[in-house]
Design a protein around this ligand. Sequence first.
Ligand code: ZNA
Length: 244
Amino acid sequence: VAVVLAVTLRKGKYTFEDRILARCEKFKGSDCRLIWAKFQKAYVGRDPCNVPMEAYDDFIAATQFKPECNRMMFWSKTKDVVHDFTEKRDCYVTLEDTLLGSVADGLTWCGRVGSSETLTTGCPRWTDCENNPVRSFWSRASAAFAEKACGNVTVMLNGSIETPFSPNSTFRSIEVKKFDATVMRSLNVVLVTQTNSVSNCTNASLKDLQKELAAGIRYSCKEVSEAQIRECSSNPEKPCGACW
Ligand code: ZNA
């Protein structure tokens, strides 16, 4: 403990483990030591381009995630506006607001063959190789979050791009495939528009989205300006249901 503290103080920053534990401890009643052990086990000592999403199965099992039906929010290409909204208003819950996603959001990590350490520099970038520890983590965590999606579910897609339901996105390649019609009632698209927006709810990729949804899940789409969402973020007195 003394050595770890000395190193931490000397470097003037926290280790990767400290950061994961601190984020985990915000969720009361979590066994953060166990969660850290399972998280590490996925990539430590492994080639950082050979960590499949299944490597995180034990971590996922340890985080025992309870869904908040009717408040779950997915997103694709809208990270900033979505998280600005969920940080300021208690209306929706994204993966990054749960224990599962919050421990790793914004971080980079990997292991190395023959080492028991976690590295935070020199790790593969997102597209360098598919089975990298960070990308596989998000694939696995996204699958777990989507599998539990229940009631009326919302997704914020980006109306400023030609293909808001993007083929290579996690939302399309993993999450939509995991939606379960026995527990999920509807998928409600909020298409975030700007003054120069190129897409609307008639977009071809959104037709594909309707086709790819499991039978029995209802679909809706609404164009909402980013300004209106930001306005709702900054006005806590406005009821969640009145945001769009
Ligand atoms: N919090 C995250 O970093 C993250 C979260 C990463 C990947 C997936 N998720 C889940 S899936 C999230 O909770 C959403 O519900 C879903 C969004 O994933 P998406 O549909 O793939 O959306 P996106 O905007 O294309 O990518 C999401 C995030 O992944 C980005 O903000 C980046 O952090 C990362 N990413 C994706 N593509 C790249 C990338 N980073 C670097 N290079 C890329 N080419």
